[in-house]
Design a protein around this ligand. Structure first.
Ligand code: PMP
Length: 372
């Protein structure tokens, strides 16, 4: 029995450290992949037990965590699907130039796919979008053209008009066009929604809550969830300052700038089918960023600002339905579109939040709001 030699001790320690902990669920490693594009989709659905408890919900709240995608957002899904389908149809081939007007995440999705498959990529993007997104796009090899945030979508300076002009000037260039491309919707119909149905208990979604930008996510998911007569209440979240919500009286504040990125527009994108939405919730910057910070603090979910908007939308809908009062087995799914990486110098920073006045407690805070 000379088991106490230094080498043996070291071996024992290693064994102990590497042994599975009975307190942790076993996790099988994903298989080897041959391209990062295989790491788009199949994101986790997480039950928000802590928020259910702290808010006092009597229903079950699930979050689809899209920041687990390779490029960090839900838009990776449409980047890969729009490009692969355009290739299949013979409209583009490696070596061509992809041009896209985007608020950033679609740009990152497309630039990532372009890098992996050998395309030149030009992104046109309003000034308001974060420096973090710009830097990532550059390292993915994309060329970036910034446009004035206040340019109306149909003015010649808008990110959409500039993309069209470049498309006319550059030979072998192509705009995948997330605003009009049906593969935007289908990426969610066949991807996001199908995964959620396989993840949620009983394959049942009673309420879907999603922020709306192009509308691809909400349109594709709503159509899939209602197939075969499934009754799913669909809640769309639209920021104050945008005009996507219905009835139009909800948009009385008019079109004006706001800080949450990726949701809301001053026009109705063609892929957005507003007839799938049962209720619209308007959210403001302050409550959205506070809710995003709460998802970080209480659940450990490192999400972006529009995820906070989606959570606010879910809590309003649940209160409206009375599901914070009576025990029920209802299942609410909320889409969390991206992570906090894009916003490190914005709402993730206490100093930034203070400068915006978002940490001051208002006269009439919402029941679920918490301040540091
Ligand atoms: N949140 C963020 C951060 C986004 O980038 C987007 C995409 N514009 C959305 C929400 C909305 O998704 P969709 O375009 O599918 O409506």
């Amino acid at each position: 029995g000379t088991a106490s030699s230094p080498a043996a001790n070291h071996a024992d320690a290693t064994l102990e450290r590497d042994a599975p902990s009975p307190a942790l669920p076993s996790r099988t490693a994903p298989p080897l992949v041959h391209s990062i594009l295989e790491c788009i989709g199949n994101t986790p659905l997480v039950r928000l037990h802590n928020i259910e408890r702290s808010v006092g919900l009597r229903c079950h709240l699930y979050a689809k965590c899209e920041y687990f995608n390779a490029g960090g957002s839900v838009k990776d899904r449409i980047g890969v699907r729009m490009l692969v389908e355009a290739e299949r149809a013979g409209r583009v081939k490696p070596g061509d130039t992809l041009i896209e007007p985007t608020s950033g995440n679609t740009g990152i999705g497309i630039a990532l796919v372009a890098a992996a498959r050998g395309y030149r990529c030009i992104i046109t993007m309003p000034e308001k979008m974060s420096e973090e997104k710009v830097n990532i796009l550059k390292l993915l090899g994309a060329e970036i053209v910034r446009t004035p945030t206040e340019a109306a979508y149909d003015s010649p300076e808008s990110h959409i008009s500039v993309a069209r002009r470049l498309n006319a000037e550059i030979p072998h260039s192509f705009i995948l066009d997330q605003y009009r491309n049906e593969d935007n919707v289908l990426a969610h119909y066949y991807g996001t929604a199908e995964e959620i149905l396989a993840q949620v208990p009983d394959g049942r979604v009673d309420v879907l809550v999603a922020g709306v930008g192009t509308g691809g996510t909400i349109t594709g998911c709503a159509r899939r969830f209602r197939e075969g007569g499934g009754a799913c209440t669909v809640v769309g979240v639209d920021p104050v300052g945008s005009l996507l919500a219905q009835p139009d009286a909800l948009n009385e504040a008019g079109v004006h700038p706001y800080a949450v990125e990726g949701i809301g527009y001053d026009f109705i994108p063609q892929v957005l089918d507003r007839s799938v939405v049962d209720w619209w919730v308007k959210t403001d910057d302050r409550e959205s960023f506070l809710a995003a910070r709460r998802l970080m603090r209480e659940e450990g979910l490192l999400v972006g600002g529009s995820s906070g908007s989606a959570l606010v939308g879910a809590l309003r809908a649940i209160a409206q339905l009375g599901w914070d009062q009576e025990e029920n087995g209802k299942q609410v799914v909320v889409i969390l579109p991206d992570g906090c990486r894009n916003y490190m110098a914005k709402f993730v920073s206490d100093a930034w939040m203070e400068r915006q006045g978002f940490l001051e407690v208002p006269a009439a805070p919402q029941a679920w709001e918490q301040y540091p």
